[in-house]
Design a protein. Structure first.
Length: 72
C-alpha cells in the first residue's frame, strides 16, 4: 500500500533522486576509502618495520656449519 499523497520534490542536490550525483558520490567514497585504507596499512608497516639486533646469542649447534662439543 503506497502513500500517493506525499509530493515528490525534484532537487538536483538530493542523493535519492539524482542518479548521476549518487554514482559519483559512491565512486568517490569507495575510491577515497580504499586509498585511506591502503595508506594506513603502508603507514603501519613503515612505523613497525624490522630493526635488526646483532646482539642475539645463537647456539653454535644451530649455525650453518654447526660446532659440537666433543664428549669427554
Amino acid at each position: 500500500m503506497e502513500n500517493n499523497n506525499i509530493p515528490l520534490i525534484d532537487d538536483e542536490l538530493d542523493i535519492r533522486t539524482s542518479k548521476t550525483s549518487t554514482s559519483r558520490f559512491f565512486f568517490l567514497m569507495g575510491f577515497f576509502g580504499m586509498f585511506i585504507f591502503a595508506w594506513a596499512g603502508c603507514y603501519k608497516l613503515w612505523t613497525t618495520s624490522f630493526h635488526p639486533n646483532d646482539q642475539v646469542k645463537i647456539n653454535k649447534s644451530s649455525l650453518y656449519n654447526p660446532e659440537y662439543e666433543t664428549p669427554q
